[in-house]
Design a protein around this ligand. Structure first.
Ligand SMILES: Cc1cc2nc3c(=O)[nH]c(=O)nc-3n(C[C@H](O)[C@H](O)[C@H](O)COP(=O)(O)O)c2cc1C
Ligand code: SF4
Length: 518
């Protein structure tokens, strides 16, 4: 029987040499005349083990990693094809603690299947959600999504079902589904991993969304920095169309839905939904004032659902297993699972999907294994560049929208960036202001001017110029930006700044003169 060897084609694995490993494996297999097929899968999300090679055996899949091209010969000598022992052997993939502790609903197939095999997708539960959806009327689909408790994974945590209901009830000759795949937050990669590792789940989620709201056309908006995701998604759409999953009659239902990928140049603000719509329409990526909401007047002034990749990719499992199944995971008003992305100075970086409610400290210390540098963790920034810095004292905070908000933080797209005790939080606060100044769309004054003034004030504090007065000025400026900005870019930049000032006040004091003189 032909043995399957899996070598990821995910961008993270490619960056670490997966193509070279695949080529070396191909050559060595041919030389030895082995009956082996190489499958280029997505990533399992254990970044420190990439490229992680797996072999299918009668016992299940056995993993090896991180594998370099030069390891291939010794791996084959050690009996890789039958799961033989080797210094790089990690045992059964499913038993690796980082994976074993996860609850993979949205990412159930990611890294498991061949991303571009619709048969593989189907045989792992794919399309069951869409099949169930086409048997229902639109309102019933929307009701299921609402009951599941799914909230937008792009940042704001808005209930997905309510958004869909608004679009369903809005009048419009045409309606659109726009998938926000801009993924601009620091330390995030979940959207990319889905697009590269399980593209059909996003297609299925968008098709369900279309049928639920009466939209017949969908766009995935992503950035040019994601060439592998773009290529995989475009190919998957072609395959889905040829198989009748997309087109005039989705799975023979008589209901139409088709979609395409559109690429932006990569500006942080183009992830904001109204700037994204402008960019998609070929205009400059500038934020639109709301109202009107995109659900009423969105793309080309038509009612539009805008959802993040993970929100849409979580819908098929809800429609497959039911709202109650999904809602049973999580805590409080944060239902289901969340793919946490652990990055920065951390030993075990990667994607960890789990039910809401895990304590932040558990994620950093136990799952992430502490810092890569081996030094103490000083701070973590949760929720991208607009997220607050949390000190160890807040590590008991459960991963939950409301719990984070209660501590002046946010979950955002669930990216966590870890910093050790060498981090200078004044520099991080300055960086937040600088980032805002560079990425500001320029439409409103608090953000456009305030961020530049913020950089100047931070520089004065660092230089020891009237530190007390300038700290007050920085806090005042943050207040103006928070309450006076048109969108969350200017409105949330104060979160990293104020949290850094609140939790790390020593970093905002000029060094004592004796030390400066030394
Ligand atoms: C400056 C800025 C950048 C954003 N970037 C993204 C992004 O990259 N991806 C995303 O899904 N949402 C992003 N958002 C949030 C979107 O505006 C919007 O809330 C989201 O796409 C809605 O989808 P959801 O309900 O599924 O989360 C951003 C918001 C702001 C203010
Ligand atoms: S807050 Fe900044 S990015 Fe948002 S509309 Fe105002 S200037 Fe543009």
């Amino acid at each position: 029987m032909t043995t399957k060897i899996y070598i990821p084609r995910d961008a993270a694995a490619l960056a670490l040499g997966a193509d070279k490993v695949a080529k070396a494996m191909e050559d060595a297999i041919a030389l030895r005349g082995l009956d082996v097929t190489i499958v280029r899968n997505g990533s399992r999300g254990l970044h420190w083990l990439e490229p992680m090679v797996e072999v299918e055996t009668s016992e299940g899949r056995i993993a090896y990693g991180p594998v370099k091209a030069r390891d291939v010969v010794s791996l084959l000598d050690a009996g890789l094809v039958s799961g033989g022992d080797h210094a790089l052997c990690l045992g059964k993939t499913e038993d690796i603690p980082f994976l074993k502790q996860q609850t993979r609903l949205t990412f159930a197939r990611c890294g498991v299947i061949d991303p571009l095999s619709l048969d593989d997708y189907r045989s792992h539960g794919g399309l069951r959600g869409l099949e169930n959806a086409i048997a229902l009327d639109s309102a019933a689909i929307v009701a299921q999504v609402t009951e599941s408790g799914l909230r937008g994974r792009g940042g704001a945590g808005f209930p997905t079902g309510i958004k869909w209901k608004t679009v369903l009830e809005a009048a419009g000759a045409r309606k659109y589904i726009v998938c926000n795949a801009d993924e601009g937050d620091s330390g995030t990669f979940a959207d990319r991993m889905i697009m590269e590792g399980d593209p059909f789940v996003l297609i299925e989620g968008m098709a369900i969304s279309g049928i639920a709201t009466g939209a017949t056309k969908g766009f995935i908006y992503t950035r040019s920095e994601y060439p592998h995701a773009i290529a995989t998604m475009a190919k998957a759409i072609e395959i889905a169309r040829a198989a009748g999953v997309l087109g005039q009659s989705v799975l023979g239902s008589g209901r139409a839905f088709d979609m395409e990928v559109r690429t932006g140049a990569g500006a942080y603000v183009c992830g904001e939904e109204t700037a994204l719509l402008n960019s998609l329409e070929g205009k400059r990526g500038i934020v639109r004032a709301k109202p009107p909401l995109p659900a009423h007047k969105g793309l080309f002034d038509c009612p539009t659902v805008i959802n993040n990749v993970i929100s849409l990719a979580s819908v098929p499992i809800i429609m497959d297993k039911g709202a109650a199944f999904y809602r049973d995971f999580g805590m409080g008003r944060s239902r289901g699972t969340i793919p946490i992305q652990i990055a920065g100075n951390v030993k075990h970086a990667g994607l960890f999907e789990t039910a809401f409610g895990l304590a932040l400290g558990e994620i950093i210390d136990h799952i992430g294994g502490g810092t890569a540098s081996g030094r103490p963790v000083k701070a973590v920034q949760v929720g991208g560049p607009l997220g607050a810095y949390f000190p160890r004292a807040l590590f008991d905070t459960p991963f939950d929208y409301e719990a984070f908000a209660a501590k002046d933080g946010l979950i955002g797209h669930a990216g966590i960036v870890v910093f050790d005790d060498t981090a200078d939080m004044l520099k991080q606060a300055r960086f937040a202001m600088e980032f805002c100044a560079i990425e500001s769309c320029g439409k409103c004054t608090p953000c456009r001017i305030g961020s530049t003034r913020g950089v100047e004030v931070a520089d004065k504090i660092a230089a020891g110029i009237e530190p007390e007065k300038n700290r007050e000025l920085l806090a005042d400026l943050c207040n103006t930006m928070k309450f006076g900005s048109l969108c969350a870019l200017g409105g949330f930049t104060p979160y990293p700044v104020v949290s850094a000032m609140t939790h790390f006040p020593d970093d905002f004091k000029p060094a004592p003169l004796v030390e400066a003189a030394e």
